[in-house]
Unconditional design. Structure first.
Length: 233
């Protein structure tokens, strides 16, 4: 079953009268419980593609079916609804709310989902335990290390049980040891049945994924099974 189905996705930015084509016909399927790394040189269109996958931006042309919803024709309001229900985001900069505790940060998506306070706290607590931060739930982001902040962000991304986890350079701000810990968490998220797409510049990070898609100049240059990961199984 496809979580992501893209058909000839095109995206241009318009700068005054000038059109800058960035995605030039991207077609692909990502199935349930795949673990995909998206790579490519700076400027190849990775962020643009992630923004489209995450329903943060619409393609100029082409078809995008996300978990059975045709999101390529949706208006912004409906898109926001699908985004909240289907997608969990993890960013390089963590994007936590500084005044909220770890628990409150994780619970934010549940507020939008209309879930009551008691259930929100229970679910958020459970998610924090899952990422190994059960004892830090009262801490605020400035009282946590970078790796701990990213764990909070991962717990927040998972709390709504989305069909897709999107991570844009999730280890970009972390040292090597912490990066490995964070990649172990993504591994266990994948092992428990989630679909994960992550953008990275680093081959070592991409090697945690099962499938590696490389973009170049707005088209897919290669899309293949990660032999190294398969060999370890
Ligand atoms: P990558 O993530 O692979 O570095 P991006 O998708 O960020 O690539 O960018 C691809 C190209 O699109 C770059 O030339 C970038 O400057 C341009 N671009 C990205 N976002 C915008 C935007 N909002 N407006 C105009 N140009 C953009
Ligand atoms: P990344 O490091 O993930 O490749 P960038 O630093 O290229 O991201 O872009 C950060 C943000 O700025 C993105 O939201 C992107 O859409 C936007 N952006 C990138 N290039 C341009 C541009 N030339 N004009 C306007 N916005 C841009």
């Amino acid at each position: 079953k496809s979580v992501i189905h893209l058909e000839d996705i095109r995206k241009s930015y318009f700068l005054g009268k000038n059109e800058l084509p960035v995605l030039k016909g991207v077609s692909l399927d990502i199935f349930k419980n795949e673990y995909v790394a998206l790579m490519g040189p700076s400027g190849s269109g990775k962020s643009t593609l992630m923004n489209i996958l995450g329903c943060l931006d619409s393609p100029t042309d082409g078809k995008y079916i996300l978990s059975g919803h045709d999101v390529s024709t949706m208006e912004d309001n409906d898109l926001a609804g699908v985004r909240g229900k289907e997608i969990g985001f993890v960013f390089q900069q963590f994007n936590l709310m500084p005044r909220l505790t770890a628990l409150e940060n994780v619970a934010v998506p549940l507020i939008y989902a209309g879930i009551g306070k008691k259930e929100r706290e229970e679910k958020a607590r459970l998610m924090l335990e899952r990422v190994g931060l059960g004892d830090r739930y009262k801490h605020k982001p400035n009282e946590l290390s970078g790796g701990q902040c990213q764990r909070v962000a991962i717990a927040r991304a998972l709390v709504n049980d989305p069909s897709l986890i999107l991570a844009d350079e999730p280890t970009g701000n972390l040292d090597t040891k912490t990066s490995i810990e964070i990649m172990d968490i993504f591994g266990s998220i994948h092992a428990s049945g989630n679909t994960v797409v992550l953008v990275t510049h680093e081959e070592d990070i991409a090697d945690h994924a099962r499938r590696i898609i490389r973009l170049r100049d707005g088209v897919i240059e290669s899309d293949r099974v990660n032999e190294k990961k398969e060999a370890l199984l």
